[in-house]
Design a protein. Sequence first.
Length: 276
Amino acid sequence: MSFMQYVADLHTHSTASDGQYAPEEVVRRGKEQGLAVLALTDHDTLAGVETAVRAGETLGLRVLRGIEIGAAEYENLHILGYGVALDSPVLTELCEKFKAGRDERKFRILDYLGANGFELTLKEVEQLAGGSIIGRPHFAQAMVRRGYVKSSREAFDRWLDTEEYHQKVKRFKVPAKNCLEAIKAAGGRTSLAHPYQIGLEDGALEELVAKLKADGLDAIECYYPRHTPEQTAFYLHLAERYALYITGGSDFHGERVKPDIQLAAWELELDWLMDI
């Protein structure tokens, strides 16, 4: 049996969370990239999805209604959701809890950075966020503007993505099983995002994938710009062993946030997603 291949990027972010570009601009850039399918997967929110879908309809690009949810078990354990209903009570309630958690977290990030000698104001960070939910990339951009660091990457590596940061600045999260259930309740399909970022050895990662599969995981993001060829091969092996679909995404945020990451264009078998 042959399956339809689609040129796709299934992991992108907009100003609805911590991306640089508005949802419609992300879609426009995806069209210019030659994509047939793009998923907007902002962190813990569906706020930009409807705008992105409308832009896709205008431009002739299939846009999947997506989301990326951070799970509680590991700092970088993220679940991608595709084809979710925007009016799902379960997912909507969870997103509201995430929003409240992020709104409260901004004060703790400000205090944490202040304790380390960085004199930032909430007003300047809010201006960089442009009315969207404030996230770490906005603090990183403020640090660059102040001349405290040379790049957002440096801000994350030295201050905003360290063990000390994660110990002192926590936010609301739920277990991965609850993330999967919320996406399923909204009629969506699920994929494990950037497996390498979880930081587990191969054996422990396989155990996690097996558990997530039992809890409803549909796919694994095998193709990702920062995966090594060896990592990609291992994730493809896991996909085959646990009967998971294969996804690929750039994790595009815009060059101001992630200068080394551009929209990607992978050929993927996506029949399992095109009916939602």
